[in-house]
Design a protein around this ligand. Structure first.
Ligand SMILES: Cc1ncc(COP(=O)(O)O)c(C=O)c1O
Length: 390
């Protein structure tokens, strides 16, 4: 079965490795999509490099990742005597960890199964001196009426934090603070923070903190490529490298971004990446439309958005069985956010628990070819037709 680590959005595909690398069998010389695996970690890939920087980073500050952006936002909140934050009940528990470790208390409002904000519940949960947090799930913006409502709260003096971690671009934002997480979208670390508030004074405290993760995750990303396509190295040491890198990420409070990572991110062809993600999304949406047991959560793209994945609900409690079947076939998908189920701070919310139990995010990223998408839809159809779900 595919294994997931912490709340990282990509997975290390165990069964895929077992499948493509049967004893003594060399994989040298194969093209990525010949493997027909779908999903899994980002490895370095020169295909997306471009000469001219093209990431829209105007009016942003480059930090180490989403967690770093949250850490600085917390510094600002505490400094302005705000000690509480109102979070969506459907979220990655690492977000709560970051707020709590920065000294803030967390309250929650309901997210509906359609991934829309339950405004009535949000209103019920409002308290004095409380910031409000919202997430643009999977790279999809909330409806204009929801955004109007949130803007009104901001005009009334609330600090609004917009989590754009899964959406990438920060060109059209509503919050006082908006940030993203680039490692969800490409093989580089970083998070852009956009705000009109002066956060520079908070950054000095983080100067000189060693980034222990970076050398490891870089090594991992290049060795993963070697392992997949050149048969160099072994799975166990790659897994150990990945886990250690993630542990450093969780435990170390690294805030400042790395310049080399920033250069790499900004020299990726983001318009091509967005186009491929959108094309993959549309194509997969079409090919799974006949499978009634699968319901796409966002049945259409929004103008100009860049989707993280294609999240679906799987009916009849079959999600885990399906995911296992796909894993056996070299398809590693992500469950957002499985850790919610075992987190006592979050698993009391019945709606969020139900969503987490049935959701599965289908891969549509720039590393996924049409051939792989076809394979994915074939396996999905096969599973529900009961052809060989053994
Ligand atoms: C919606 C969301 N926001 C923020 C974060 C934190 O981002 P990062 O992984 O860059 O620290 C995550 C991490 O999983 C996330 O899923």
């Amino acid at each position: 079965m595919a294994a997931s680590f912490l709340c990282y959005d990509r997975i290390f595909l165990d069964s895929f490795f077992e499948k493509i690398k049967p004893q003594g069998h060399l994989v040298t010389g194969m093209e990525p999509d010949d493997f027909l695996f779908v999903g899994g970690e980002f490895y370095y890939d020169d295909q997306w490099k471009t000469e001219l920087p093209c990431f829209p980073a105007k009016d942003t500050i480059f930090l180490n990742g989403g967690k770093a952006c949250l850490t600085v936002i917390c510094d600002y909140l505490r400094d302005h005597n705000i000690r509480r934050v109102l979070l969506p009940a459907y979220l990655c528990p690492t977000i709560v960890d970051t707020f709590e470790s920065c000294g803030l208390s967390c309250d929650y409002y309901n997210i509906l199964p359609s991934f829309t904000i339950d405004i009535k519940d949000l209103e019920r949960q409002l308290r004095d001196k409380q910031a409000i947090y919202f997430i643009n799930y999977f790279g999809f913006a909330h409806s204009p009426s929801t955004l109007n409502y949130l803007s009104r709260l901001r005009r009334a003096g609330r600090i609004l934090i917009e989590d754009n971690a899964q959406a990438g671009f920060l060109t059209d934002t509503t919050g006082d603070f908006a940030f993203n997480s680039m490692r969800k979208l490409c093989p580089f670390d970083g998070g852009y923070l956009k705000t009109e508030h002066d956060i520079k004074p908070y950054l000095t405290a983080y100067k000189g903190i060693e980034n222990r993760r970076l050398p490891l995750i870089r090594q991992y990303r290049s060795q993963l490529r070697d392992y997949l396509f050149e048969d160099i190295g072994d799975r166990e040491s790659l897994e150990a490298l990945f886990e250690q890198a993630e542990l450093f990420y969780v435990h170390d409070r690294v805030v400042l971004g790395d310049e080399q990572e920033r250069q790499e991110i900004e020299h990726l062809d983001w318009s091509a990446i967005k186009q491929v993600r959108r094309q993959n999304y549309t194509s997969l949406l079409k090919s799974i439309s006949g499978i009634i047991a699968i319901s796409p959560i966002f049945p259409a793209l929004q103008p100009g958005n860049m989707p993280l994945g294609l999240p679906v609900y799987v009916s009849n409690g079959l999600r885990d069985q399906l995911n296992e079947y796909l894993g056996e076939n070299g398809i590693g998908l992500t469950i957002h956010w499985e850790d919610l189920l075992s987190d006592p701070r979050l698993n009391g919310n019945a709606i969020a628990v139900e969503m987490t139990r049935n959701i599965l995010t289908l891969a549509i990223d720039q590393y996924t070819s049409q051939k792989q998408l076809n394979f994915l839809s074939l396996k999905l159809a096969e599973f529900f037709a009961g052809v060989s779900p053994s």
